[in-house]
Design a protein around this ligand. Structure first.
Ligand code: SF4
Length: 82
């Protein structure tokens, strides 16, 4: 899903939580998540709800992180490339 790019401050203000990576940060908003499972099914190395933290941006290439984040149907996932 194509989303307006928000700043880190705007995302935090909207209730997103930050998951930091070396080259990219992933942001997640539980209130927006519709639990479709696209993220976990998309790449379990990055998104794994059995693990804490459940999002590990460094477990795949940046392009792969972006691909899966952009596949989130609700807008609960965002990213900011460093
Ligand atoms: S893809 Fe998005 S809406 Fe679906 S479970 Fe993951 S974060 Fe939630």
């Amino acid at each position: 899903m194509s989303q307006k790019q928000l700043s880190a401050a705007e995302l935090m203000e909207k209730g997103f939580r930050k998951y930091s990576g070396e080259e990219i940060d992933v942001y997640f908003n539980l209130d927006t998540c519709m639990h479709s499972g696209h993220c976990v099914l998309g790449n379990r190395a990055i998104f794994n709800t059995d693990r804490r933290p459940w999002i590990a941006p460094d477990n795949a290439d940046v392009e792969e992180v972006i691909r899966v984040v952009e596949n989130c149907p609700s807008g609960a996932l965002r990213y900011i490339r460093k």
